[in-house]
Design a binder for this molecule. Structure first.
Ligand code: WTA
Length: 654
């Protein structure tokens, strides 16, 4: 296969290097993929055997996209925490290292937890939650740094049937309050503070501030606080509990709650093109099978190997490929608290050398930022342990792909460029390491059971090598089941644009070899350093400032972040533009959402380009933000065409 394709597209193909062991050769992929789409129930019935069921499922799939009702393994009963921990211990693998914790500061003490130790800790935390009154079906908000207790908190919830809702530790008190409120969570698990790049993140203080929000309605029944850095924090009597104190009073034995396959496992908030972030809901059985299966094949994990996913548990990548996927497979993995550039730009490579990491999974934005520092920090550390590299979160430009491949992986390691989403639960499109040649910049081929379809704006199906809107036409086990508390919004967001299909929101090209190339979002979602953000969220943060009349936010190409945040803001009558006000507005967005939403450009303008009916012409704003003035299109329909010249002038001046 390699020879033919190379002949056709020349240097754009990087052959799959031979793998000593593999779970999937090219022939395996072809056979299994064919079966997975022709007889999905047979295929997924077999894959479900990766899971230890209390009652094995007899009904495999039962789904409909119109109206939307998705069920997998519906009569099966299981507990995902049992599958992640107890099962391995029972099989005699209790002494295998599960987590290797590398702290933010390289001089602080690293920790290793075996499967048996993790089971004992998780059981203790589960008993603490019970002691606080948490019951099956309750929502528990987790607002934690990247420390083992973060993973334990998720597993402890799963163990007792509570639904976890992890909120990224970089979100502000306001953003946290909204996420607590939306799912009616009465319990929070947090830490006194977190550490990132040498800076302290005041997590417990943020929780207190969130609860003190004037419009916050739900009182909290309990806050469990992990003592991580010894920060000086306030504890509310009767509500707040130090984890280490409560843990000392409970047993380390806690039975796993039997969960129906379709019982909720977690809620994870993510941004869409409109409105507030949505609480994407995942259920237990399908998600377990999906993350176990994708981890097994995509990373081709072999016993004894060390896996490292550098994501944060606050995002879906951390859920599926730090917590559930690796642990369901009994893997050994690194959990890293820090950031790539602290104390210096060789931190990632130093960690890889220290723990002899075999499989490394990170984001293109990190690769681009590290690439900019040159090859020396990489070469200063031994990377001979690396066997496989992965990327996720945004399209990777071929230049960064080649640097990752050549410099980091010494040309030896295949790269899996995994395309997926919070809503898909796990990897959907990727090459498999031993099965597929790679094309830098292309995610590759559909995973088992995934049937991508490209459609035009009217929903017409496009065949062959083409370019269109990416839909998926058949359900898969890891698919989100709903938006928490708002099933109509779920249907509306994902299944109404192209009736009967799941619409991803991404644009995509398919080439003559059937490789998929994600071109980015086609909706008002931007991807900033791999973080998904609704432009509407940033706009509403800006207009919540007393001096702002109106705001329009667009993405623009950014060398490191992939996309940057460009904000056009008009002020209320009587307000004077100034540098101080620009700084104040940027700070305001950080307070409302968090540092990840900090505007890169804040452009104060006397007006926005609007049609006569008052609609903001975002297309023009995007072009101006991109410094692309040649193709602004017809501006004569604008209510005030002269505004365009003033915007261009404002853009050129920054
Ligand atoms: C983008 C992250 C290109 C895409 C797992 C998607 C990617 C959004 C890739 C989901 C990739 C993710 N190549 N684009 N390999 N992976 N994306 O929900 O636009 O945070 O829709 O999930 O990230 O972001 P989310």
């Amino acid at each position: 296969m390699a020879a033919d394709q190379s002949a056709k597209t020349g240097a754009d193909i990087v052959p799959a290097p031979p793998q000593a062991n593999t779970h999937c050769t090219a022939a395996d992929y072809d056979r299994l993929y064919a079966q997975s789409v022709s007889d999905p129930d047979a295929f997924w019935g077999t894959q479900a055997e990766r899971i230890d069921w209390m009652t094995p499922p007899t009904v495999i799939s039962n789904w409909d996209y119109d109206p939307v009702d998705i069920k997998w393994f519906e009569d099966g009963v299981l507990n995902i925490c049992h599958n992640a921990l107890d099962r391995h211990v029972a099989a005699g693998k209790g002494d295998v290292t599960a987590l290797i914790f590398e702290p933010d500061d390289p001089n602080s003490e690293a920790r290793k937890l075996t499967y048996a130790e993790l089971l004992s800790e998780v059981s203790k935390m589960a008993n603490c939650l019970k002691a606080m009154g948490v019951k099956k079906g309750d929502r528990v908000t987790i607002y934690m740094p990247m420390i083992p207790e973060g993973a334990m908190a998720m597993l402890a919830c799963a163990r007792i049937g509570a639904i976890h809702s992890v909120v990224f530790g970089g979100f502000s008190p306001e953003a946290l309050a909204g996420r607590i409120e939306d799912c009616g969570s009465r319990f929070v698990i947090t830490a006194d503070a977190g550490l990132r790049g040498g800076k302290t993140v005041p997590l417990k203080a943020n929780v207190d501030a969130a609860i003190d929000e004037p419009d916050h309605e739900t009182p909290l029944d309990g806050v469990l606080v992990v003592n991580h850095v010894g920060a000086d924090i306030a504890m509310v009597q009767g509500r707040d509990h130090w984890y280490h104190k409560l843990a000392a009073t409970v047993s380390n034995d806690c039975a796993c709650e039997p969960m129906a396959a379709e019982d909720p496992l977690f809620i994870l908030y993510t941004s869409g093109s409109t409105g507030k972030p949505k609480g994407v809901l995942h259920t237990t059985g399908g998600y377990a099978v999906w993350t176990a299966t994708t981890f097994h094949y995509v990373f081709d994990y072999q016993p004894g190997e060390v896996f490292w996913c550098s994501a944060d548990i606050g995002w879906v990548t951390g859920h599926s490929y730090i917590v559930y996927g690796p642990l369901l497979n009994g893997a050994t993995e690194v959990m890293f608290e820090g950031v790539p550039n602290y104390p210096d730009f060789s931190r990632f490579w130093q960690v890889i050398e220290k723990y002899q990491v075999n499989i490394f999974y990170t984001a293109p934005t990190a690769i681009r930022a590290l690439m900019r520092e040159g090859d020396e920090p990489v070469k200063a550390h031994d990377r001979s342990s690396l066997r496989l590299l992965g990327t996720v979160g945004e399209p990777i430009n071929p230049e960064a792909w080649r640097w990752y491949h050549q410099v980091v992986g010494e040309g030896r390691c295949p790269i899996v460029d995994t395309w997926w989403q919070t809503e898909t639960g796990g990897t959907m499109i990727t090459t498999l390491p031993a099965a597929h040649d790679m094309k830098p910049g292309s995610a590759g081929k559909p995973f088992f059971g995934i049937q991508p379809q490209l459609v035009d704006n009217e929903g017409g199906v496009l065949e062959g090598a083409t370019d269109g809107n990416l839909c998926i036409i058949a359900s898969w086990p890891g698919q989100a089941r709903s938006v928490y508390g708002d099933h109509e919004r779920f249907e509306q967001t994902y299944f109404s644009t192209y009736k009967g299909k799941y619409f991803t929101g991404d644009g995509c090209k398919r080439d003559e070899d059937g490789y998929y190339w994600i071109t980015g979002r086609v909706d008002d979602v931007i991807n900033v350093s791999g973080h998904r953000m609704g432009t509407a969220e940033v706009e509403s943060a800006l207009v919540s400032h007393a001096k702002v009349a109106e705001a329009a936010v667009v993405g623009y190409p950014h060398d490191i972040k992939g996309q940057g945040i460009y904000c056009y803001v008009t002020l209320n009558a009587g307000e004077e533009p100034s540098d101080e006000l620009v700084a104040e507005l940027r700070k305001h967005v950080r307070t409302e959402i968090g540092p990840i939403a900090t505007p890169d450009h804040l452009h104060l303008t006397p007006g926005l380009p609007k049609t006569r009916s008052g609609k903001i012409m975002r297309r023009i704003l995007r072009k101006i933000a991109e410094n692309d003035y040649g193709s602004l299109g017809d501006t004569s329909t604008l209510a005030d065409p002269s505004i365009v010249d003033s915007l261009i002038e404002g853009r050129l001046n920054r």
